[in-house]
Design a protein around this ligand. Structure first.
Ligand SMILES: Nc1ncnc2c1ncn2[C@@H]1O[C@H](COP(=O)(O)OP(=O)(O)OP(=O)(O)O)[C@@H](O)[C@H]1O
Length: 252
């Protein structure tokens, strides 16, 4: 694969005795969307969370193997996880804006990373909200609480918040599943736009959504990746019968 944004090599994740992710080696392309699909409990979210070390926060979780961005192994204990999470952002299933103003939600990260200049912060807020297709809806109410936004707007705000610290990769865990169909379609459109600038890895249970938004798809089953290929191939002519059974709704 040309232009790899991130690779895993023999990645395993354990919760105590239980192994949730088994020996996964994958390359993720730059500026593409990769969908992680598979039945409930097969390890998609665990795998996703390990990519920016969010599993560190779960007591009893243990990760072995390598996760490479360029020549940096993220899984190295010396990795600065704050800087790592600036490079690899995360958007969760439920919008989780801070209980602060719309402006402060976006400015928080850049300020934390040392940007103090008000003009610069204003520009970052405008750029991030514009990229998240939310500027027009919020430019006249930046000082209002983020919680005054609708669920769909809050999710786009969370995407804007992750963009504000200039990541190269954005991880998304079912980012549209808690939204109404119109808000969900807006988030999908946004993902399609964002891939011009960012590499996106998204967990989704929605097969149509995976087919619409992603260029590559990995099919997970019981902690393993059964098949990883171009999305068009996975959805029209998968190599593995288990993939075919899953995408055609025969199990899961
Ligand atoms: N914090 C945790 N502690 C212990 N076990 C966990 C924890 N989180 C997940 N697991 C277990 O690890 C396995 C994989 O879970 P994970 O949430 O990664 O799967 P998933 O494919 O994302 O599922 P879903 O699609 O339902 O979100 C499951 O058996 C789950 O019960």
């Amino acid at each position: 694969m040309q232009n790899v944004a991130l690779s895993t090599k023999d990645l395993n994740v354990f919760y105590g005795e239980k192994q949730a992710v088994k020996n996964i080696s994958l390359d993720f392309a730059s500026r593409e969307v990769t969908a992680l699909i598979g039945p409930s409990g097969c390890g998609k979210s665990t795998f996703l969370r390990s990519l920016n070390r969010m599993n560190d926060l779960i007591s009893g979780a243990k990760i072995t193997g390598d996760i490479w961005i360029g020549d940096q192994n993220i899984n190295d204990q010396k990795t600065d996880v704050v800087l790592l999470r600036q490079k690899i952002g995360m958007v969760w299933q439920r919008p989780n804006p801070f209980h602060k103003s719309i402006y402060e939600n976006i400015a928080f990260g850049p300020r934390y990373h040392g940007i103090r200049d008000k003009k610069k912060l204003d520009q970052i807020v405008e750029d991030s909200l514009t990229k998240a297709a939310l500027w027009d809806e919020t430019k006249d109410r930046l000082n209002r609480s983020a919680l005054s936004l609708s669920g769909g707007q809050q999710q786009r705000l969370c995407i804007a918040r992750s963009i504000a610290v200039s990541p190269s990769i954005i991880l998304m865990d079912e980012p549209a599943s808690a939204l109404d169909p119109i808000s969900s379609a807006k988030v999908e459109e946004l993902i399609a736009d964002l891939k011009r600038e960012y590499s996106i890895i998204i967990v989704t249970h929605n097969m149509q959504q995976a087919a619409r938004v992603s260029q590559k798809t990995a099919f997970f089953l019981m902690g393993e990746v059964v098949e990883y290929d171009d999305t068009s191939k996975i959805f029209t002519n998968p190599s593995e019968k288990r993939t075919d059974d899953y995408i055609s709704g025969r199990f899961g």
